[in-house]
Every structure is written in structure tokens, then in C-alpha cells.
Design a protein. Structure first.
Length: 467
């Protein structure tokens, strides 16, 4: 990060310096995990459900941290503040203000944020020093911690913005004011918390509203609620689309999938066209790639560089459409990081495509969180959608955990479906059910919300049989 003295950190955060040298400098990483504390860094102590970071303050100093950001006194060099997230936000804003030449982009949407951020970052890095979050560092902790990694050499910040309610994205935009904003979609993720899709759209549109008049709003023309955000911004609007017949300036045509579901398409731009083949899996990554391409274009990247960069980009964040082919011929799709109705349908579509190459399809599905009063109906709809895939249908649906019943009830609504409907109380039971069912050429999808922790199921399935 940009070097700051403890006296300056106390001034920025409105905190009180305790047990420390005012001239001591923080120049290393700012972290909220004491295990990552290192020389010259700052450890922000957060009280969580399982542990309290204040208990690890001394360990962070012993690991080389210059000081600790705290909300109660500790016997080591520290800055005492009333609110740690607010203090981190203030520090991040001070870094942004110290880098007026840095160009800031924000990316939001109900699904695809992290994949799009990863694609965009790999393009923008070709233009100059770029800071982007690792994984899904996209909330009131993750965004400031990402910004605080910037230094005097940073030219671009590609940030991911999430929300659990109205006002959250607006707050993040005040921490790091974007000039470029990408809105991917409005879906059912967190709809239960927000109170419906219109409220989700209101929240996601806060990014468009935050953009300055000389900024650029990059909007998905295929989502009516996103396209309507053009009326909520003073910025210039650029749209992207993968729908046939669209006249959006950034669009994909001639979309094809290979045997592993990796998309190829022709990228159409105002400057011309170029072929693109992605290394990522799933047709749902085409609009993600278009959004990343549109952002890179606005930042000055030429068409050939965009096409080459998209083709070279890899999946940086784990448990998102990872396709693993075992030596025994079984293919595992690990998409266990998170789930909502839209992302589960996209994953099921990928499963249908991969299994169409001659194998049977199995789906291990778990709870989709934060759907509120629509939860049961949404899980039933997903079960029905899964049972309808492909010409031969789903060979087996293994529903895990608390929403197993509605998932299976939905599948059984498809009277023509002849696959197995199996309930498993947990991941271990799901593995037991699959143990003697998978054969060479079969494809199995693992998908659920993060709280279900089904990544362990996927990891076990990825290991070779008998190991």
C-alpha cells in the first residue's frame, strides 16, 4: 500500500494511537486474518462469530505487523477506532484520493461478478499496473482491503461490488468512486433479503447512479432491468448483448460450445470483429466476456488485444465451473462456490451439454440461500429444470440438506423423467449414493450456496476412483 505513518492513520480514521511510535510506517499489506500479517503491515482486528481478532493482536505484531487496528485496547502498537470497517473505508478513500490518475471500474450483478472481474482484470493488466480483488472480496471489508493494495504505480482498479441491501453499493462507490461501471444482471440472488427483483434492481443500479458525467455505464442489453438503468445515470451508456438480432455495440454472434462447454464466438464491436475462444466453461460466460471486453475497450484496448486477452484468460477464482476429467472417464463440474436460481440453471445447461457427448448426467444440488418466501418454489423449479435436461434426461438428482424435498418434488413433476431422485442429509451421504453409480463418460455437477460447503463433495469426486 501507499506508506502511511501511524500518526497519519490515526488522523485519517479519527482514531487514537496507543503504544506505538507515531512515525512508524505501515507499508505492507492490510489484512483481517492475523495468519497473513507480515512485515510492515496493518492487522485489522474484527470480532466474528467464531473468534475475535483482538485476541490475535500480539501474534500479528510478532509476525512483523507495524500496528493493529482495534475497537478495544490491546497491549501492542495499535490505533483505537470506533468502527473497523469504517476505518478501513476511510483509509481506502485516502489511498484513492492520493492516486488521482488511477482509473476505477466497478462490476456488479446478481451472478457472474467474480468471473467477469477476473476476465476484466486479465485484460486490463495488459494496459498497465492493475489492482483487482482475489476471489470475491466485494463487501465492506473486501473492497477497502483491495483498494489498500494500490500504490503509486497503480493505474487501474477493477473492483467487484456486492450488496445485501439498499445503499450498500452506493456506500462502496463512496469508498472508491468509479468512473466505469458494469452491471451484468438482476436475478434472484439475495431477493429474499431485498424483498423482490425490483428492489434488487434498485440496489444494483446504485452503481450506475454513482458514475460521473464523464464516466461510462456498461449495461447488459439482454436484461430489461439492467437496460433501464440507462435512465438512472449521467454517464455515457454502452450496451452489450449475446441475443440474436441485437444492435448493441458490443455483441457476440455465432456462439458455439466445444465438447467441454468452452464457448467460441465472433466478437462484434464498432471497430470491427474478431474470433474469440474462451478457456472458461459454460455459455453463461459469453456475456461475462462481453462485459469485460466492453470495459477494456473503454480503457483503450484495441480489438485484437481484447480478443487475444479473452482467449488467454483463465479461471482465477476457485470452485466456479471447474471441469475435471478423471482418468476413469468421469467428468466432474465443480461449481460449488455459490448458487442462486439463475446460476444453477446455467450450471445445469453446462451439465446437459457435457453429458450430451455420450455420458449420463448426475446433479448434486444443495440449498440456495437468501431467497426468502420464494425459497420452496424456487427449489422446486430448479428440480424440475434439472429433470428436463438433454435428450436422455438426468440420470440422477442427489439433493443435499434442508432443501432436498422441494428439489426432488420439482423433479418428480416431470412425468416423463425416469432418473433417480435421491435425498442425502449431507455431503458424505451424497458421496455414498454416487459411489457405485458413476461409470466412464458420466458427468456429475456439484452446485449449492456457499453455506452448504459442497466443495468437499466436489473435491472428493475429483480424486481418482480407489485413491
Amino acid at each position: 500500500m501507499i506508506p502511511l505513518s501511524l500518526a497519519r492513520i490515526a488522523q485519517i480514521t479519527g482514531g487514537q494511537l496507543c503504544h506505538g511510535d507515531p512515525d512508524a510506517v505501515v507499508s505492507g499489506e492490510v489484512v483481517i486474518d492475523s495468519r497473513r500479517a507480515g512485515p510492515g503491515g496493518l492487522f485489522a482486528a474484527v470480532a466474528g462469530e467464531r473468534s475475535d481478532g483482538h485476541d490475535f493482536a500480539a501474534a500479528a505484531i510478532a509476525a512483523g505487523a507495524t500496528a493493529v487496528l482495534v475497537t478495544r485496547p490491546v497491549p501492542v502498537p495499535s490505533v483505537l477506532v470506533s468502527d473497523v470497517p469504517a476505518a478501513l473505508a476511510a483509509l481506502a478513500r485516502s489511498v484513492v484520493d492520493a492516486l488521482p490518475a488511477a482509473r476505477i471500474a466497478g462490476i456488479t450483478g446478481s451472478s457472474g461478478k467474480t468471473s467477469t472481474k477476473d476476465l476484466a482484470a486479465q485484460l486490463v493488466e495488459r494496459l498497465g499496473p492493475t489492482i483487482a480483488p482475489a476471489g470475491s472480496f466485494n463487501n465492506e471489508f473486501g473492497l477497502p482491503l483491495t483498494v489498500l493494495r494500490a500504490d503509486a504505480a497503480t493505474r487501474y482498479l477493477v473492483l467487484e461490488l456486492s450488496a445485501r441491501g439498499i445503499g450498500h453499493i452506493a456506500y462502496l462507490c463512496r469508498v472508491a468512486p468509479p468512473r466505469y461501471g458494469v452491471v451484468l444482471n438482476v436475478g434472484h440472488a439475495h431477493a429474499g433479503e431485498f424483498g423482490g427483483l425490483d428492489q434488487v434492481a434498485r440496489a444494483k443500479g446504485e452503481l450506475a447512479e454513482a458514475l460521473p458525467a464523464d464516466g461510462v455505464a456498461i449495461l447488459n442489453a439482454d436484461d430489461p432491468r439492467v437496460l433501464a438503468m440507462a435512465e438512472r445515470t449521467e454517464a455515457r451508456v454502452v450496451t452489450f448483448s449475446s441475443a440474436p438480432g441485437s444492435d448493441a455495440p458490443m455483441r457476440a454472434v455465432d456462439i458455439r460450445l466445444d465438447e467441454l462447454g468452452r464457448p467460441s464466438f465472433t466478437l462484434l464491436t464498432p471497430e470491427g470483429s474478431a474470433p474469440v475462444t474462451l478457456r472458461l466453461h459454460g455459455a453463461h460466460n459469453v456475456p461475462n466476456a462481453l462485459a469485460a471486453a466492453a470495459l477494456a475497450r473503454e480503457l483503450g484496448m484495441h480489438l485484437d488485444g481484447i480478443a487475444d486477452g479473452l482467449g488467454a484468460a483463465v479461471a482465477r477464482s476457485r470452485w466456479r465451473m471447474e471441469v475435471h476429467q478423471r482418468a476413469d472417464g468421469v467428468t466432474v463440474i465443480n461449481d460449488a462456490y455459490n448458487a442462486n436460481p439463475e446460476s444453477v440453471r446455467a450450471a445445469i445447461d453446462a451439465l446437459a451439454h457435457l453429458s450430451s457427448q455420450g455420458g449420463r448426467a448426475f446433479a448434486v444440488l444443495g440449498h440456495m440461500a437468501e431467497l426468502g418466501g420464494t425459497s420452496r418454489a424456487s427449489h422446486e423449479d430448479i428440480g424440475e429444470y434439472a429433470a428436463r435436461i438433454g435428450d436422455s434426461g438426468l440420470a440422477g438428482l442427489i439433493a443435499v440438506g434442508e432443501e432436498a424435498a422441494p428439489l426432488l418434488d420439482g423433479a418428480r413433476r416431470v412425468r416423463s423423467w425416469t432418473g433417480e431422485a435421491l435425498a442425502a442429509p449431507d455431503g458424505a451421504a451424497a458421496l455414498d449414493l454416487l459411489a457405485n453409480r458413476l461409470k466412464p463418460s458420466d458427468v456429475v455437477l456439484v452446485k449449492a450456496s456457499r453455506a452448504a460447503h459442497l466443495e468437499g463433495v466436489a473435491a472428493a469426486l475429483e480424486r481418482e476412483a480407489g485413491q
